[in-house]
Design a protein around this ligand. Sequence first.
Ligand code: DC
Length: 232
Amino acid sequence: MQRLLITIDGPAGAGKTTVSKLLAERLSYIYVDTGALYRGIALAVKTSPVPVSIDDEKALQNLCQSVRLHFENGEKGNCLMLNGMDISDQIRTPEISMLASAVSAKTVVREYLLDLQRELGRQKGAVFEGRDMGTVVFPDADLKFFIHASLKVRAARRYEELRDKTKGISPKAVEKDMEKRDHNDSSRKIAPLRPAEDAISIDSSDLTGLQVLERMLEYFPRQYTSTSTLVF
Ligand code: DC
């Protein structure tokens, strides 16, 4: 059976990660979290021994060229490695979320990650999650989805994820951050967050991850979703 390349785009907190992982698992495909790559660059900026201003294109370009960023299958699953160190946990803070959104508006960063992402997708058999997967990185993807939900629902979900890990966090602050990030990600000049023309849109506000997955599977050619290949 031909291996597919599937893209899942949408705003933060829409449930993309859950359904992307579920889908990749069902199809035995690789799952690529491209937001993690932008977060990796943000962490590299934050921890650089030489201070890097994100408004300094040359410095950002040098930084991108000097970092080693890749995914590795470790004990805890798929880990993001930066210069040989597992940074999977460090990139999940509100500060890195905002910085990732800011660096993702920079052309040099997007160009650097474009090549890396296309290389990862070369052999297909992959589910790519991000903001511009269906519009820019893989315009010829076999199936494109755009998962969205109301700001209230998305912020509540993100608050639940963060409340035990982040001291002093409040639902209001999470919602405000998310609104700002939505604005940054959708209004930037290059590769803004938007559905591809041929993307299938799914509103996940009132759906569980499994329900979203079921909706998505309706769009797959029959041979990919027959009960002999999929077990619910
Ligand atoms: O999916 P995430 O929240 O981990 O992504 C972090 C930031 O990275 C997000 O605010 C925008 C940016 N991003 C992007 O611009 N393009 C992508 N394909 C993925 C993420």
